[in-house]
Design a protein around this ligand. Structure first.
Ligand code: CU
Length: 265
């Protein structure tokens, strides 16, 4: 089943991707079992209640209460599964996710905007400078950075191109400038709604570098997974996973450019 489904699935290049994929495979197995089971039951009823065996309809039906007992048993088992297993597991997962949120190597902000992905890098100080939606300018200041804030001086933006290093845990704060978008990295098995006014953390760790000169098909895509307007279809970006030293070099270059640009402000 796994290798069969993988024919249609995007490459997985993240550490947690296998868990997501396994869930998809288990759900498919379960659906296959249910499909075959109900199919057999359907065929059985067609045979069991056919016209030659039952020439006259039975207007009274079943008299005993077995079906009620059965339904009660099913409800009870489901309640035990939900209260006894699912809820404790969910609470534990939420707690560990909250603890995980603080542990990371790289921290970024991703801001969805009709129709592009703006990525905010905190620069060499690792601190995000103040931003203000009123300062947003489509060409010179896509992030709305407040340049009077000292920690904003080395911040820089990357539009539509998300650069991350390999084997480093990346924490992304996902938000939106205008409407609801869906931040989607298929190869990282990351999908998170970008909602105006809220900042939602997601983490991932890349296990391999992206293709060096990608074609249209081999490019690692950033997609928008929420219908967000007329230009939704073209709200694409590219995920570029670099070796760690190549990433540091790139960040240094961008910081240098930002500082030079900042002097002109
Ligand atoms: Cu969008």
């Amino acid at each position: 089943m796994k290798s069969f489904l993988q024919l249609w699935m995007p490459l997985n290049a993240s550490t947690h991707g296998d868990n997501v994929d396994n869930l998809i495979f288990y759900v498919h197995w379960l659906m296959l079992v249910l499909f075959v089971g109900w199919g057999i039951f359907f065929a059985y009823t067609l045979f069991r209640f056919n016209r030659t065996r039952n020439p006259k309809a039975d207007y009274h039906g079943v008299k005993n209460h077995y079906s009620s007992y059965l339904e009660f048993a099913v409800a009870l088992i489901e309640a035990v599964l939900l209260i006894g297993f699912s809820l404790p597991f969910w609470i534990q997962e939420v707690a560990s996710a909250a603890a995980e949120e603080t542990a990371h190597d790289i921290e970024l902000r991703v801001i969805g905007q009709q129709f592009a992905w703006n990525i905010h890098y905190p620069g060499s100080d690792g601190i995000f400078g103040k931003t203000d939606p009123n300062l947003v300018d489509g060409t010179s200041n896509v992030l709305g950075l407040d340049r009077s804030d000292p920690s904003a001086k080395d911040d820089f933006a990357s539009v539509g191109r998300l650069y991350v290093p390999i084997e480093k845990k990346v924490l992304v704060h996902v938000t939106s400038y205008d409407v609801i978008h869906g931040f989607f990295l298929p190869v990282m098995r990351v999908k998170q709604d970008a909602i105006p006014g809220t900042s939602i953390p997601v983490t991932f760790t890349a296990t391999s570098t992206s293709p060096e000169n990608p074609t249209k098909n081999s490019k690692w895509e950033i997609g928008c997974a929420q219908l967000c307007g007329n230009g939704h279809y073209k709200m694409q970006g590219e995920l570029i996973v670099l070796a760690q030293d190549a990433y540091s070099t790139w960040v240094d270059e961008q910081v240098k450019l930002a500082l030079e640009e900042g002097e002109a402000w």
